[in-house]
Design a protein around this ligand. Structure first.
Ligand code: ZN
Length: 239
């Protein structure tokens, strides 16, 4: 349905094009309950920069893209707003939250310390097979970098950190880190082409694993924390 020629028209999107952008995510989200489904699709689309930071969308357009009515979409948007991912515009739609330097700095300051802690806790719990798996993941990162496939690199990098968080086996710690994970992932993707190729990450990842193998939790903690801090400085500079 065509709206009157009012101020809403400037935000109108090409529905088909956005659908094409989201088709991969839509096929992968298995939730069948509509509000949950809308939430997952929008969350991943924003995380993967399919819906770009700072961009405005109308609620009715997004409902059309997702092939559902406005009610589940609105429910999903309200949830995403409480998570700081979007900002609702009354009677219009929503803005994907832009990536703000101050916000990021605060997030990194918290997550760096917590991730350091995951490396320390994981050192006490991890076995040789799991260490081998982590090393295989670093090999994958290196291979992706050599092939200049930064998306693939980002995926394996994320998995590496995610696995260490899991090996730490502390639900509260995991929850706090996960709250910020999407935002950090989105920023990494956003800046990936504007910073030096992350070869240093490979070296630092290997150092973290070496500390774990040596059963030196304190050293693993410090190398993880400084790895994240170094990456943070690069990312903030690239923004
Ligand atoms: Zn890393």
């Amino acid at each position: 349905m065509k709206e009157h020629n009012d101020k809403n028209s400037e935000t109108s999107i090409n529905i088909k094009k956005v659908q094409e952008e989201l088709v991969h995510i839509m096929n992968n989200v298995k939730d069948t309950k509509l509000p949950q489904r809308a939430y997952q699709i929008l969350r991943l689309a924003i995380r993967d920069l399919k819906l770009m930071p700072g961009k405005t969308f109308l609620e009715r357009e997004m409902a059309e893209v997702l092939g559902m009515s406005r009610t589940p979409v609105r429910e999903a948007l309200i949830r995403l707003q409480t998570e700081g991912v979007v900002r609702l515009i009354p009677r219009r739609g929503f803005i994907v939250e832009p990536i703000e330097t101050d916000d990021l700095r605060e997030t990194y300051e918290v997550v760096e310390v917590l991730e350091g802690l995951t490396a320390k806790l994981a050192t006490d719990k991890i076995d040789d097979q799991e260490l081998d798996d982590l090393e295989a993941l670093i090999d994958e990162q290196e291979r992706a970098l050599k092939e200049n496939d930064l998306t693939e690199w980002a995926k394996h990098d994320d998995l590496f950190h995610f696995k260490i968080i899991n090996y730490a086996d502390n639900k509260r710690l995991t929850n706090v880190i996960e709250v910020h994970a999407d935002q950090l992932y989105r920023t990494r993707l956003f800046t990936i082409n504007k910073r030096p190729l992350p070869f240093r990450s490979i070296v630092e990842h290997r150092a973290i694993i070496a500390c774990m193998r040596a059963n030196d939790g304190k050293a693993a903690q410090e190398s993880m924390q400084s790895h994240r801090k170094r990456a943070r400085n690069e990312i903030l500079k690239a923004l």
